[in-house]
Design a protein around this ligand. Structure first.
Ligand SMILES: [Zn+2]
Length: 200
């Protein structure tokens, strides 16, 4: 898994889209939709939608066995657990026990098996490739993240009304926004208008 190849284009149901890099594949996955107020952002409607998401880089897990409805349900439970755990860590409060249990359960399954190509220069995933294995890989990545040195770098976007969560993998560690083009510029514009209003 190439850690420097994270990020996906997110679409707003009201139109518009922007590139968001959560800094880890498991955190990117946490932004594929949700429950309750986040249901309008759902992108994983059918089992095949999950297969398509997992097939994209950097995971590039092209399913050789079609995703089942059960796997889709497990994926959504894991997604919620990753989301809840990331927000708890960002808020510096204890992780919800249920989220920890769901992440551990997913990680306990056999993960994807790397396989070197005959020429020895490229690698892929050994078949059969199932969604459960890819979910295990995401859960394991989340465990590494929460228990590793970047754990303190898990943050929610600094914008007031933006719940997007990411891990700041930059060297200075000063990332504040989900995406500059979304919340960063909005903030700059507001600061500029406030300054202009104060000047006039
Ligand atoms: Zn934001």
């Amino acid at each position: 898994m190439r850690v420097n190849a994270t990020g996906r284009v997110l679409h707003d149901p009201k139109g518009g889209s922007f590139r968001f890099d959560a800094g880890a594949v498991c955190l990117d996955f946490a932004h594929t939709g949700g429950e309750g107020q986040y249901a309008i952002f759902e992108t994983l409607h059918e089992p095949a939608d999950l297969g398509e998401w997992l097939a994209q880089p950097p995971l590039a897990a092209v399913m050789t066995v079609p995703v089942t409805a059960r796997e889709l349900a497990e994926a959504k439970a894991l997604r919620q657990a990753i989301w809840d755990a990331a927000h708890a860590r960002a808020a510096r409060v204890p992780l919800p026990a249920e989220a920890v249990a769901i992440i551990n359960r997913a990680a306990a399954k056999a993960p994807l098996t790397p396989e070197l190509a005959a020429d020895g220069t490229t690698a892929g995933w050994a078949p059969p490739v199932r969604a459960t294995q890819a979910l295990s890989a995401l859960a394991r990545e989340m465990i590494d993240l929460l228990s590793g040195p970047l754990s303190e770098r898990i943050r929610e976007c600094a914008s007031d009304n933006c719940p997007l969560v990411f891990v700041d993998t930059s060297r200075p560690g000063a990332r504040r926004w989900c995406a500059m083009e979304r919340c960063g510029n909005r903030h700059k514009l507001r600061a500029l208008r406030a300054r202009q209003a104060a000047d006039s």
